[in-house]
Design a protein around this ligand. Structure first.
Ligand SMILES: NC(=O)c1ccc[n+]([C@@H]2O[C@H](COP(=O)([O-])OP(=O)(O)OC[C@H]3O[C@@H](n4cnc5c(N)ncnc54)[C@H](OP(=O)(O)O)[C@@H]3O)[C@@H](O)[C@H]2O)c1
Length: 317
């Protein structure tokens, strides 16, 4: 199969197309013919070698942890999926480093899979898993946002932020977010109540007594400063210190857990009109396409997701 790999850590120029064997699947896995994948900041952080302490991979490494596609093979212990099903998933990160989704085929455990709703294109479905699950698990599962609560979501125009705002609005919260001016119209269109241009306004000057903060930019002190003493903060981009944890509000960090059941909930929210999938740009599945997508993601100023069209014919259906 064709796959885009890196042979060493480094710049986007390390990404290149090669031919690899298809992944062998275990009894509890399916093999998916990938129609689309998407880029997340973890991809370029991993490419740069910043996750070496967490993942001890051998080269060549296949990056990428989002997919939408069609099942072509099922393991002996698969119950709820069959060959021909259209699915989406945030697969596990495997220890060998060779099972990423920048590839024509990827292996996924059954409990990480969800059926792709017919209403979602493969590109839209591939944009959802990692960012959507992170947003759902923080807003719904960890912060347990309630109707009427005042919630700050940092970096609203990011892949995670756009999902988090819409999930918090669906739960009935009053949502404030931060973004550059270019992205304010987009954020209004998905329901953000208050939008702060962080280039000219400090959140700590204008916000106070918040119930919950979703920190996506490692600004934990600022988040704590705008909370009520009984407020909650979850960060996905930092590690709170003991001093930060001791200040009163409940402060913790979160690393997403791949979960097919929760992904299906997100799919249902899209079908119900509660969640819009925002795609910034679609890139081709080529060496140049992956390098361009990484460069764009590394600016940290995309508005929504960067998607890779692995199988253009399937996405044209
Ligand atoms: N722990 C986990 O499980 C987990 C899971 C997913 C993501 N993450 C991490 O969470 C972070 C966000 O992920 P993502 O996928 O949303 O990234 P992303 O899509 O690349 O985020 C891009 C957005 O960040 C905004 N931004 C950049 N600097 C900002 C600032 N100082 N204040 C406010 N907004 C700012 C930009 O807004 P403007 O262009 O409007 O300025 C842009 O829209 C990344 O660091 C990622 O690695 C962690």
């Amino acid at each position: 199969m064709q796959a885009v790999i890196i042979d060493q850590y480094g710049s986007p120029d390390e990404l290149h197309m090669t031919t690899l064997p298809q992944p062998e699947i275990a009894d509890d896995e399916v093999l998916v013919a990938v129609a689309a994948t998407s880029i997340n900041p973890i991809d370029w952080k991993a490419r740069q070698g910043l996750l070496k302490s967490q993942f001890d991979w051998d080269f060549p490494v296949v990056l990428g942890w989002d997919l939408a596609g069609t099942i072509v093979k099922v393991g002996a212990k698969i119950h709820d999926f069959k060959v021909g099903d259209d699915v989406f998933a945030r697969p596990d990160i495997y220890a060998d480093g060779r099972r990423g989704t920048y590839a024509e085929f990827a292996a996924v455990k059954e409990d990480k899979l969800a059926h792709k709703p017919a209403e979602l294109s493969f590109e839209q479905a591939a944009a959802m898993p990692l960012a959507g699950l992170t947003a759902y698990q923080v807003i719904h599962d960890r912060l347990k946002v309630q109707a009427g609560e005042k919630v700050l979501i940092q970096a609203g125009a990011g892949g995670v932020g756009l999902n988090a705002i819409q999930i918090a609005k669906a739960l009935g919260a009053e949502v404030t977010t931060t973004a550059s001016a270019d992205h304010h119209d987009l954020l209004k269109s998905i329901g953000a109540d208050h939008i702060i241009d962080y280039h000219d306004t400090k959140i700590t000057d204008v916000l106070h007594d918040y119930d919950a903060v979703f920190d996506t930019i490692n600004a934990i002190d600022d988040g704590i400063a705008v909370l009520k003493p009984t407020g909650r903060l979850v960060t996905i981009d930092g590690a709170p210190t003991d001093a930060q944890k001791a200040q009163g509000p409940d402060v913790s960090s979160w690393w997403l857990l791949p979960n097919g059941r929760e992904l299906a909930i997100l799919g249902d929210m899209v079908v119900a009109g509660q969640l819009r999938v925002i795609i910034d740009q679609v890139f081709p599945f080529t060496t140049a396409g992956l390098r361009d997508a990484h460069r764009h993601s590394e600016t940290s100023h995309s508005a929504g997701k960067l998607v890779i069209d692995v199988d253009p014919e399937k996405n044209a259906d």
